[in-house]
Design a protein. Structure first.
Length: 298
């Protein structure tokens, strides 16, 4: 995708401010959600859902293991601190948390040559790490996924892409510092393109699940797919790796309103084996029946 155009890639939220001011819209019959997925490497079965607040739970989520019994954390347009907005960081993507308690949120702004990763340490303190775009790198910053060993962080570019980016994990990898540019360390080369990926999370050292907001369906035969990416090796930051992409299923598209749904971020909680994916509803129903869907294997 070309550098970020404000709100172009968040159709379900584009008119949220107006909807909050004028709460009228036409309701229609539930939208169709059936599709036939390609043969799956894994089977993920829907087991429940929870309403997703359009202001504070509309972009991404992360399960946090440290401290113990921490609630899931969400991001949305309403979770961006005012001082970050004043500096132009007006979009937050899908976050992730490492098993040691480090929590990372990806940020972008409408112009410039950097993207930012905001890190909360286990002691509660926050720090910011900026990355200067590499030649040809898109400005958008939709998601982060921390490798199970904690040393490497994957990120992706919105649009139709055949790669994922690998960085040393800010705040965890000892080579990183808030006072220095966060460099791209390596690349994951995908065996087939993906479109509009909104979130990824590791389920093992070499396996990721990703949520795609693909509205076209030409790449995998279904729109809005849940994807699995199998890496040829665990990210090391010293060499590129390959990634094999499989579409597992179409994500749920159910609402009292018809129109364009928007698939957002996801999280895999290794403690319970639960996958959660946010899907924002069309039109007026973004306020009423947007959901975080829960899945388990099998």
């Amino acid at each position: 995708m070309t550098p970020h155009i404000p709100w172009r890639r968040r159709p379900a939220l584009a008119g949220l401010a107006a909807l909050l001011a004028v709460s009228t819209a036409a309701l229609s019959a539930p939208a169709a959600a059936s599709a036939t997925a390609a043969p799956a490497a894994e089977v993920w079965t829907e087991v429940g859902s929870d309403r997703a607040d359009p202001l504070t739970e509309s972009q991404g989520l992360a399960s946090v293991e440290v401290p113990a019994n921490s609630p899931n954390r969400y991001t949305g347009i309403g979770t961006i601190p005012a001082e970050l907005r004043l500096r132009g960081w007006n979009h937050v993507g899908d976050p992730d948390a490492h098993y040691d308690g480090h929590y990372i949120e990806p940020y972008q702004r409408d112009s410039g040559t950097t993207k930012m990763f905001r890190v909360q340490a286990p002691d509660g303190g926050w720090s910011e790490y900026e990355h200067t775009l590499s030649p040809g790198e898109a400005l958008n910053n939709s998601w982060v996924a921390i490798s199970p060993d904690g040393q490497w962080m994957l990120s992706g570019e919105y649009g139709t892409m055949s790669r994922l980016l690998v960085f040393p994990t800010p705040g965890v990898n000892p080579s990183t510092s808030p006072s220095a540019d966060l460099p791209q360390a390596a690349t994951v080369h995908l065996d087939r393109p993906v479109r509009d990926v909104q979130g990824c999370d590791f389920t093992g050292p070499t396996t990721l699940l990703c949520s795609s907001d693909d509205p076209e369906g030409a790449l995998f035969g279904i729109t809005k797919p849940l994807l699995q990416v199998d890496l040829s090796a665990a990210p090391s930051g010293t060499a590129d790796v390959d990634g094999r992409v499989t579409a597992l299923r179409q994500l749920p598209l159910r609402s009292a309103c018809s129109g364009a749904f928007e698939v957002q971020g996801l999280d895999y909680d290794r403690r319970s084996g639960t996958l959660r994916v946010i899907v924002m509803s069309p039109g007026f129903c973004v306020l009423t029946d947007s959901m975080t869907y829960r899945f388990t294997r099998g």
